[in-house]
Design a protein around this ligand. Structure first.
Ligand code: ATP
Ligand code: MG
Length: 428
């Protein structure tokens, strides 16, 4: 028996009509981000393993357990990208983007790879839409503006319920002191913590705050907060950032446990969660990373960005609207006889040139059956071509919703359809 191939565990096919929803979300991202003067960067799907080890951190789950790494034929270790900020910063340095005037505002859309335990909202190949601002500014308004862009995008996608959490994790002046304090407090409650957290007291105490273990929650709640340990400059930045959010009427909550375990992360961190996704409720994470470019051998650069999980956003959207979101087919051609097929073929080409989506079947089909197929295809209109139409050099346009039909010349037909296709595109 031959082997029946299946998509590899943790990967999946995105089939129509669902793929239309994906396209819509990605299209919305492109449109919204462009209005904030962001431009797309297309990045390789794999990089040197060392790039991720350095920028994501060798000690993180992502790098230590979840990366798809392999030895290339020249014995170099390569990895499928688990995230894209490292690549964006690598490209920024490699192409000297810092020498271009102004801020560098980039967005990316594409798959990421992590070998995690697959479950709802967690896959081994998943998709992200992300944006990064690199350059010389760390103005708190910039942090707020990126979040505004993200939330406008979510609104435009139709997501109604979500929560924005924000926090500040200080800087290299104030954070080390807080970490020492935290380590001290953690030592006192060590025996009540699980193995992972106990290990992290030494390696990375901040990450204990990230723990999802139910038993540890009451203990973590009582730990000192970074917000009480910010230096003046960081406290000022956090305050101004919040004022910027308020000035933009962006609702938020402070989550003092929202941290990043790596040294180059600084000040602003944020997360957006959506209901109905169980444990995988984080749809987007982001923050400021002013030291990353230098860590990768680049010039001093300030950075701020986010990565949004498209898979999870779509799951959340599905809770909102069960509509399926199929791309609307504009025209289904119905023809009778060989000469009608010739005319239909020519007309289909002209309609498609006008951006009007058109289905044309090449098997001759009886009128009733053809109209049934048009109905099943959910086409907005059918265009009928038979002997009468050919004789009069006209086409019959049938509105599939009302059932009304009218004969008209080709130019009238094109005008009518262009107007209605334009209207449905504008509705989106
Ligand atoms: P989580 O805590 O859920 O594992 P994370 O902290 O690993 O998330 P980030 O690395 O910040 O996530 O990635 C940003 C976003 O990418 C997440 O908020 C989530 O929406 C999405 N994401 C991360 N890992 C996966 C995955 N394995 N499958 C689907 N989406 C994912
Ligand atoms: Mg994760």
């Amino acid at each position: 028996m031959t082997h029946r191939f299946q998509a590899v565990k943790g990967t999946r096919d995105i089939l129509p009509p669902e793929s239309a929803l994906w396209n819509r979300v990605e299209q919305t991202a492109r449109r919204v981000f462009a209005t904030y003067n962001f431009q797309e960067i297309r990045l390789p799907l794999f990089e040197e393993t060392e790039l991720f080890a350095r920028s994501v951190g060798a000690d993180t789950d992502i790098v230590s357990k979840e990366m798809y790494s392999f030895e290339d034929r020249d014995a170099r270790s390569l990895s499928l990208r688990p995230e894209a900020t490292a690549s964006v910063v690598r490209a920024y340095i490699q192409h000297g983007l810092h020498t271009r005037p102004g801020l560098t505002k980039l967005y990316y859309i594409g798959p990421m790879f992590r070998r995690e335990r697959p479950q709802k909202g967690r896959y081994r190949q998943f998709y992200q839409v992300g944006a990064e601002v690199l350059g010389s500014s760390d103005h708190p308004a910039l942090d707020a503006e990126i979040i505004e862009m993200l939330l406008v995008f979510l609104d435009r996608c139709g997501l109604r319920e979500y929560t924005l959490y924000v926090n500040s994790i200080g800087c290299s002046d104030c954070r080390p002191k807080y970490i020492e304090r935290l380590r001290g407090e953690l030592q006192k409650v060590k025996d009540q913590l699980g193995a992972d957290s106990r290990r992290r007291i030494e390696t990375n105490p901040l990450r204990v705050l990230d723990s999802k273990l139910p038993e540890e929650q009451p203990i973590i709640e009582k730990l000192p907060s970074i917000l009480d340990h910010l230096c003046d400059a960081c406290r000022d930045h956090f305050q101004k950032f919040q004022q910027e959010l308020k000035d933009r009427s962006l609702a938020y909550e402070i989550n003092k446990r929202l941290v990043r375990g790596l040294d180059y992360y600084i000040r602003t961190t944020f997360e957006v969660t959506a209901p109905g996704l169980g444990a995988q409720n984080a749809i987007c994470g982001g923050g400021r990373y002013d030291g990353l470019a230098e860590l990768l051998g680049g010039p001093p650069t300030k950075g701020m960005g986010f990565a949004l999980g498209t898979d999870r956003l779509l799951l959340a959207l599905r809770q909102v609207e069960e509509s399926g979101g199929k791309d609307q087919l504009d025209v289904f051609m119905v023809w009778l006889g060989a000469s009608a097929l010739r005319a239909a073929r020519m007309l289909a080409r002209r309609l498609r040139e006008q951006g009007i989506s058109t289905e044309l079947l090449y098997e001759e089909t009886k009128l009733k059956k053809a109209l049934g197929l048009a109905d099943k295809s959910s086409a907005r209109y059918a265009v009928l071509i038979g002997e009468d139409e050919l004789a009069q050099n006209k086409f019959t346009l049938r509105d599939m919703r009302s059932g009304q039909q009218r004969a008209m010349s080709e130019s009238a037909l094109l005008r009518e359809l262009a107007a209605s296709a334009g209207a449905s595109a504008a509705e989106e």
